[in-house]
Ligand binder design. Structure first.
Ligand code: SF4
Ligand code: SF4
Length: 108
């Protein structure tokens, strides 16, 4: 069965597996303050093991199936280093986010 709830025709099983949203990240801007991790209502972010060029751990989407794309992480980030997007809005936001230097964490 195909669900159109996510905006581009994924199955209900896929939608549950990957969650309702995702995050875009600018890891080199992150200063590791942990606001995004602490305030995420579904606790799907954790710090990376790697460091960015400034020497900080940055957030990674460890449990993508729990992300709703609510963007509370982005609202709390003092440096605009993370941005949450609901899948239903993903296609209209993706190009602007990539142009602004954000990385799609699900594309590596
Ligand atoms: S978009 Fe919402 S659910 Fe997803 S990581 Fe950010 S705060 Fe958490
Ligand atoms: S809130 Fe922003 S600066 Fe702080 S850890 Fe998260 S992404 Fe990095």
């Amino acid at each position: 069965m195909v669900s159109w709830k996510g905006g581009f025709g994924v199955s209900a099983a896929e939608e549950i597996k990957r969650g309702k949203g995702t995050v875009f990240l600018r890891p080199e801007i992150c200063k590791g303050c942990s606001f995004c991790i602490d305030f995420c209502p579904t606790h799907c972010l954790e710090f990376s093991r790697d460091f960015n060029k400034k020497g900080y751990h940055y957030p990674v989407l460890l449990r993508p199936e729990d992300c709703t794309g609510c963007d509370l992480c982005g609202l709390y980030c003092p440096d605009f280093a993370i941005f949450g997007v609901r899948y239903k809005d993903l296609e209209k936001r993706r190009q602007a986010l990539l142009a602004a230097g954000f990385e799609d964490v699900q594309q590596g």
